[in-house]
Ligand binder design. Structure first.
Ligand SMILES: Cc1ncc(COP(=O)(O)OP(=O)(O)O)c(N)n1
Ligand SMILES: Cc1ncsc1CCOP(=O)(O)O
Length: 533
């Protein structure tokens, strides 16, 4: 449909009003004024209970205030009110007036936004000529009944894909707040790399006693995210020489581990807890194996990184809380979805965990990675993997893009990707496959190196201007390469020892060799191949 060119609205922080949520002691207009002063970039007047006269009055007052601050005003549902106050736009739901009818009634340059819950609704909104779409509900919320309509942050990208090749803008809505806005923006990306233009918020601003500060915090996080994501991507075009520098950087992290001895918080399975804690100590870090949800808020302030391994899922609430607070404190989160393909409960738990927090690195064997990537090529045998992929690089790249994190595929050859470059590591000894928990120790080593990489970045580069907009500092590809090399190189050294006669003597020797490793030994023994897309 042919329509006027969209004037440049800044959708970064889109306030949807909600008078019923105002705290005692603050008027609607005062709250709106403070929100605008705090950095709201567009306002929608949403009145679900007011009669026409009252709605008109509120809309008029809102328009006057918005005009004073040069902020566009959108009216929810009501074309007549939008016309009466000469609003910048209207926002229409799926059961409201069709876009074409609204457009025929409104001045030609009026902005029309449409609520979309499904990808098909986005497709239709585009065809109908919407200027922007409100995608939601992303999370549950008390502000509106969204039962049966919660998308989850990891599914926003599927809706954004429908905007490819168009100039239609998008905001996410539903349960967005200061504590989840960075994670929501980070994961709301289509496979083509399209991100949302802004976040729409009701309660986190309107129900606040200090709406100016609430809006300021949200606005600053959205701005910081945009700054961080517009920074040039990893400036490490791969060549043989650069792969050497990657290996060197990865190996050097061992010295950072030994210097800082970061606390590595591990919620892991009962089979391997002790051995993973010993591996952490041997590398030079400090293990803490706490599982209670009640201590996660405090703990994540002190940790260097978090490992969540759900081999025996007895403490799901602890896993949910730990990851949430690790994200809030910008600590790396390594997820080891042990046996995820084996049961429906594991699959739904993995989904719940990944919807609640952002993993920095996902590590799994072929069956686990296959299950998360929705591939049926490799099947699980209990928690073990029953084979390998024809094109492992393609599978992990796709998963890394979908989950917006680094992915480690463990096996005879270990593959690691950030969604673009893939590193294949050919280190390791077959005895690793003959002891229980070697995969879990790999997760421990990766988490330890992730903590070191974060510390190295903060130490060497300080808090860069774009740091506020990132979920975690540092290059998690380098961290994952370092962690995998540490364990696999140590396994080769352990297996070569004369006192190692089989898997029984191999495990203590492995712990010893982890303790004796040096960055030089890791770098000199690393056998790596790097593939760029
Ligand atoms: C920006 C934005 N997105 C979605 C909505 C929801 O609109 P709708 O589906 O029409 O539901 P109500 O808001 O009318 O209850 C919105 N208002 N704004
Ligand atoms: C209007 C609307 N549409 C989908 S969710 C929602 C309410 C969002 O409110 P909050 O930001 O308080 O979760």
């Amino acid at each position: 449909m042919c329509k006027a060119i969209t004037p440049g609205i800044d959708y970064s922080l889109y306030l949807v009003t909600g008078r019923e949520l105002l705290p005692e002691g603050i008027t609607y207009i005062e709250s709106l004024k403070q929100a605008i002063e705090g950095g709201v970039t567009v306002v929608q007047v949403r009145e679900k209970k007011a009669d026409t006269g009252e709605f008109l009055q509120i809309a008029r007052e809102s328009k006057e205030l918005c005009d004073q601050h040069n902020i566009p005003l959108i009216v929810n549902d009501r074309i007549d009110i939008a016309l009466a106050i000469r609003a910048t736009g209207v926002h229409l739901g799926q059961t409201d007036m069709p876009v074409a009818v609204a457009r025929s009634l409104l001045p030609p340059d009026t902005i029309i936004g449409v609520s979309c819950n499904t990808p098909e609704q986005v497709e239709k909104a585009v065809q109908d000529g919407a200027d922007y779409v409100g995608l939601g509900a992303v999370y549950g919320t008390q502000t509106k009944d969204v039962s049966g309509k919660i998308i989850g942050p990891r599914k926003v990208g599927l809706r954004l894909e429908k905007l490819d090749g168009t100039n239609v803008k998008s905001v996410v809505i539903g349960g967005i707040k200061t504590s989840n806005v960075l994670r929501t923006l980070h994961v709301s990306v289509s496979t083509s790399g399209r991100t949302v233009d802004g976040v729409a918020v009701v309660s986190d601003i309107v129900a606040s006693k200090t709406p100016r500060e609430s809006a300021r915090t949200l606005a600053s996080l959205v701005k910081a995210f945009k700054l961080a994501s517009s920074a040039p991507a990893l400036a490490r075009p791969f060549s043989r020489q650069l792969s050497d520098s990657l290996l060197h950087d990865a190996a050097a992290l061992l010295d950072v581990v030994r210097k800082h001895s970061p606390l590595i918080h591990q919620i892991t399975n009962t089979v391997v807890t002790n051995q993973s804690a010993n591996a952490t100590l041997a590398l030079g870090a400090s293990p803490i194996m706490a599982t209670s949800p009640y201590e996660m808020e405090d703990l994540q302030k002190a940790t260097g990184a978090l490992l969540i391994n759900f081999g025996t899922i007895t403490d799901k609430e602890g896993m949910l809380q730990a990851g949430k607070f690790a994200n809030l404190n910008k600590k790396p989160v390594v997820f080891d979805p042990v046996g995820v393909g084996a049961t429906a409960y594991r699959r739904s738990t993995a989904s719940e965990l990944l919807n609640t927090w952002q993993a920095s690195i996902i590590k799994g064997n072929a069956a686990e990675i296959g299950a998360l990537a929705d591939s049926v090529e490799v099947q699980a045998k209990g928690v073990d993997s029953g084979g390998s992929f024809k094109d492992p690089a393609a599978v992990i790249r796709q998963l890394a893009r979908k989950e917006r994190c680094v992915v480690v595929l463990s096996g005879v050859v270990d593959y690691i990707t950030n969604g673009e470059d893939v590193v294949a590591l050919h280190n390791g000894h077959p005895l690793l496959g003959q002891i229980t928990g070697s995969g879990c120790m790999l997760g421990t080593a990766v988490a330890t190196f992730a903590a070191a990489e974060r510390l190295r970045t903060l130490e060497s580069e300080g808090k860069g201007a774009d740091e506020e907009g990132k979920l975690v500092s540092g290059d998690m590809l380098v961290a994952a390469v370092g962690g995998v090399l540490a364990l696999t190189v140590a396994s080769e050294l352990a297996a070569a020892r004369e006192d190692v006669k089989g898997s029984g003597t191999f495990l203590p020797a492995l712990i010893d060799e982890l303790g004796k490793l040096t960055p030089e030994v890791i770098a000199s023994r690393a056998k790596a191949e790097v593939f760029s897309p």
